[in-house]
Design a protein around this ligand. Structure first.
Ligand code: NDP
Length: 283
């Protein structure tokens, strides 16, 4: 039987719909959640991502603004702008679109964001809270991964979750969130010798490697839940995930498509974090 397709667009839509009540409650108290995006350089993918986030804010009734820094962007200029936004009462969430161009040090720039406004959850304080199991802002992509698994009703506790990729924005936080939910977690990376031998043990397989169609049918345990974080643009301009969807859907129990899987969830969870930040200003 082919896998059940987890529709990220539909789940993201329901997350956004649920947010409307919270946005209305804030409006009743004179607060419109606001997100500021720092966009440095001219990378077309980064510009597209920021455009999508701004559009999503508008659709959800959030204020948003983009602060652009043409190349060569200077680290101090970014940090100074962030410091201003930290003190701006109209702005509740601040994100720095990654990757930053040139030699800009992302961790130093991210450190300038006030932790209370860390809408992307990449500040060391937010990541530390995640490691310690304290409440805080969780990065949108792994939060979206969890929401998709939960929506599908896939059991997590006691199951073996395998994450392919160990980046700070996707793989590592996804692993921590699955661990928090009592999964037994294995993280794979480019130096893992026999990737297929590990992925075949996964009840939940999260692919976040940035390698088109890395995960093929023979690497998946029958009935597994396969979540594809990857977004890879082929020479033909088409998007492909890290999972070979056509073959894997015959083996997996659940699968997310690309596009229309994790991508829409990442944006929805950014809105959730921005609204949460606005709510927290009420004490
Ligand atoms: P990074 O390049 O930062 O990390 C990739 C990770 O995958 C690394 O840990 C790397 O290992 C590992 N890896 C690479 N090749 C292999 C391989 N052949 N076998 C096993 N592991 C491998 O990427 P990101 O985490 O930023 O992004 C991953 C993918 O997710 C990309 O396609 C990106 O576009 C997408 N993405 C999608 C989002 C969404 O909203 N859907 C949001 C964020 C990212 P090592 O550490 O050893 O180098």
């Amino acid at each position: 039987m082919p896998a059940k397709i987890i529709d990220g667009k539909a789940v993201a839509e329901s997350v956004r719909a649920a947010l409307q009540t919270r946005v209305a409650a804030l409006a009743a108290r004179g607060i419109r959640p606001g997100l500021a995006a720092i966009l440095a350089g001219a990378d077309p993918a980064s510009r597209l991502y920021v455009r999508n986030k701004v559009r999503a804010c508008g659709e959800a009734g959030l204020h948003s603004e983009v602060h652009e820094f043409p190349e060569p962007a200077c680290e101090n200029a970014l940090r100074e702008r962030i410091a201003k936004l930290n003190g701006d009462r109209r702005i509740h969430g601040i994100l720095v679109q990654l990757p930053l161009p040139g030699k800009l040090d992302a961790s130093r720039v991210l450190a300038a964001i006030a932790p209370a406004k860390d809408a992307d959850g990449f500040h060391a304080e937010s990541l530390g809270a995640l490691v310690q199991g304290r409440p805080g802002f969780v990065p949108g992509t792994p939060a979206g991964v969890m929401a998709l698994i939960e929506h599908a009703g896939v059991p997590i506790a006691g199951r073996h979750a395998v994450i392919v990729g160990r980046s700070t924005i996707a793989g590592k936080p996804a692993a921590l969130l699955l661990l928090q939910r009592d999964a037994t977690v294995t993280i794979c990376h480019s130096k893992t010798p026999d990737l297929a031998a590990v992925t075949r043990q996964a009840d939940i397989l999260v692919a976040a490697a940035g390698r088109a169609k890395l995960i093929t049918a023979g690497m998946v345990k029958p009935g597994a839940c396969v979540i594809d974080v990857g977004i890879n643009r082929g020479a033909d301009g088409k998007l492909a995930g890290d999972v070979d969807f056509d073959s894997v859907q015959d083996v997996a129990g659940w699968i997310t498509p690309v596009p229309g899987g994790v991508g829409p969830m990442t944006v929805a969870m950014l809105l959730v974090n921005t609204v949460k930040a606005a709510e927290q200003t009420l004490g």
